[in-house]
Design a protein around this ligand. Structure first.
Ligand SMILES: Cc1ncc(COP(=O)(O)O)c(C=O)c1O
Length: 336
């Protein structure tokens, strides 16, 4: 295998994944939700090499957010059971994958998305139910009728999904549990009308408290971010954006990790031992806690507040152990 050199030799900004922390995160989740209890969401990492590790950990079904993610997973040989947990109005590319033998199930929440599945050649669907997040999903009381009309049109209805995304960051945990139970009661009521084996829901924030869904769609747990880090979940920050300090002034320093290499919708990133002031296109300005401790040319690890949009800005992530780069993993599920 090619020698990928050292972390110190990487061109920055670079997505860096600490191998031992990633492995620990995968093992912790697989112990909590073994096998088919977890349907890992690939939107958080967009990387088939990482998905292959999740597959090796025993999770054979995956959740996707885009048609491109589904295509990339099939191309990587990970198409055993893919759930597109999102509404799509042109399913012809998905139908082509089904025709080639991949198992693709699409979320539907309207007569239009049911028609798209039929017209596109997708044969299996789940009814997407709104459990409180104002996004996709039909009202729970409409799920039974939608399932009946999907079946009338020849589709197999595998069950329901309902993403309680508005509850992921609720604290304390007891309150998250209580609200998740309320949301899942809506989903289970819909499931009673719809039938099928799948009750698909959940994410990293509710993975431990959502005991009502048959499978959990968590994604961020593998790489993590500081927003989820604040919840005290049993997962470590395996991902950082490696930067180089390019300028030092009296009281602050600047590294080459800016808005174009960081998802900022959950707020400022974090640098250990420093306080981050702000980010601009190509720069992060921060004040080291110990004045004079940071020098031009130093490397800094910037921990993003939101993993998904951060990863999507990069072509590749580098798997590292200490200073050694073990592998370069393309972020190959980007695009649409
Ligand atoms: C449909 C769906 N399921 C599950 C998740 C959970 O992902 P995470 O584990 O990153 O919170 C998401 C995240 O946005 C989502 O959109």
């Amino acid at each position: 295998m090619a020698d990928l050199g050292t972390v110190a030799g990487l061109t920055t900004p670079a997505l860096l994944v600490e191998d031992t922390l990633l492995e620990a995160n995968l093992a912790t989740m697989s112990a909590a939700l073994p096998g088919d209890r977890l349907r890992p969401h690939v939107k958080a990492h967009k990387c088939t090499a990482l998905a292959a590790r999740q597959h090796a950990a025993g999770h054979h079904g995956f959740t996707c957010a885009t048609v491109r993610e589904v295509e990339g997973m099939v191309a990587a040989g990970l198409g055993d059971d893919l759930l597109l947990a999102n509404e799509v109005l042109d399913m012809r590319r998905l139908g082509a994958l089904v025709a080639e033998g991949a198992r693709v199930t699409a979320a539907v929440d309207s007569s239009q998305t049911i028609a798209a599945a039929v017209d596109g050649g997708v044969r299996e669907v789940v009814i997407d139910v709104n459990v409180g997040l104002p996004r996709c999903g039909c009202p729970p009381e409409k799920a039974g009728d939608l399932a009946a009309s999907a079946r009338e049109r020849g589709l197999a209805v595998r069950g329901v999904m309902g993403y309680e995304g508005h509850l992921m960051m609720v604290t304390p945990e007891a309150e998250r549990t209580r609200l998740t139970e309320e949301a899942m009661k809506l989903l289970l009521a819909a499931h009673a009308e719809v039938g099928g084996d799948l009750v698909s829901a959940g994410g990293t924030g509710t993975h431990a408290v959502n005991t009502w869904a048959s499978e959990i769609q968590a994604g961020s747990y593998a790489l993590m971010d500081t927003a989820y880090g604040s919840l005290g979940l049993p997962f470590a920050q395996a991902l950082s954006v490696l930067g180089t300090v390019i300028s030092v002034s009296e009281g602050w320093a600047v590294a080459d990790v800016g808005l174009k290499s960081l998802g900022m919708d959950h707020g400022n990133p974090t640098i250990e031992g420093a306080s981050v002031w702000y980010c601009s296109d190509e720069h992060i300005t921060f004040a080291p806690s110990t004045p004079g401790s940071v020098h031009v040319g130093d490397r800094v690890r910037v921990l993003p507040a939101h993993v998904d949009p951060t990863v999507a800005l990069h072509e590749a992530m580098y798997l590292a152990s200490g200073d050694r780069v073990l592998e370069r993993w393309p972020v190959d599920l980007r695009g649409w």
